[in-house]
Each structure stands twice: as structure tokens, then as C-alpha cells.
Design a protein around this ligand. Structure first.
Ligand SMILES: [Zn+2]
Ligand SMILES: [Zn+2]
Length: 112
């Protein structure tokens, strides 16, 4: 489950999972990085809950899903596996890298 919207910028208008900039509280297009207008506060709060927040560590630990091609920081599933935030497919990650990713997910949640 992720919040998906269409970019409001001319020339882009792509359907994507936007991200929230925690410093400005602005929502940005994940395709062209332009700010998206008219995002209600409750949607921003939902994005925080979902972890759709831009953080350098999150970007660094983004993993591209082989199923849906979404590149994002994975989430931890109910069965304690790292899965794609978009389609919930299990991701193939090496053990060492997986531990780092889990740390980033935990820290990211603490920051919110
Ligand atoms: Zn865009
Ligand atoms: Zn996926």
C-alpha cells in the first residue's frame, strides 16, 4: 500500500508514488522532483505513516523491485521479511545488506 498520485507538472503528469520532504513538508513527484500542489494535510500524514518521506539514507538503500519496477526503500512485512512497498513482493537482498536496510527502516520510523 502506497499513496499514488499524478504529477501536476506540465510535461510530466506521470502517475507515481510521490515523496514528502520532511524539511519543507512539501510533496514532490518522484519522477521529476517538482513539488505537487494541493496535497491535503491528512494525505501528508498518511505518507509519513507509509514512510513515503525523502531521506538520504532511504534513497541510498532503495531497492528496485523486479516485479513492479518501483525503486524504493523496502518495508518489513508481517512475516518479518523485506518486501516491496508497492506490490509486497519479497525482495532478494544479501544478508549483510538486508541488516543495513532494516536499520534504515527502523531509524526512518523513529524520525517521524
Ligand atoms: Zn513529475
Ligand atoms: Zn514491487
Amino acid at each position: 500500500m502506497a499513496f499514488i498520485t499524478n504529477c501536476t507538472t506540465k510535461g510530466c503528469r506521470k502517475e507515481m508514488q510521490p515523496y514528502l520532504n520532511p524539511l519543507t513538508n512539501e510533496v514532490h513527484c518522484s519522477e521529476c522532483d517538482a513539488p505537487i500542489a494541493n496535497i491535503p494535510v491528512f494525505t501528508k500524514n498518511l505518507m509519513k505513516t507509509l514512510g513515503q518521506v525523502k531521506k538520504s539514507a532511504k534513497v541510498a538503500f532503495s531497492i528496485r523491485c523486479t516485479k513492479c519496477k518501483v525503486e524504493a526503500l523496502p518495508k518489513i512485512s508481517d512475516t518479518n521479511k523485506l518486501v516491496c512497498v508497492s506490490c509486497n513482493s519479497p525482495l532478494n537482498i544479501s544478508k549483510i545488506y538486508e541488516n543495513q536496510v532494516r536499520e534504515v527502516i527502523k531509524k526512518g520510523n523513529q524520525d517521524l
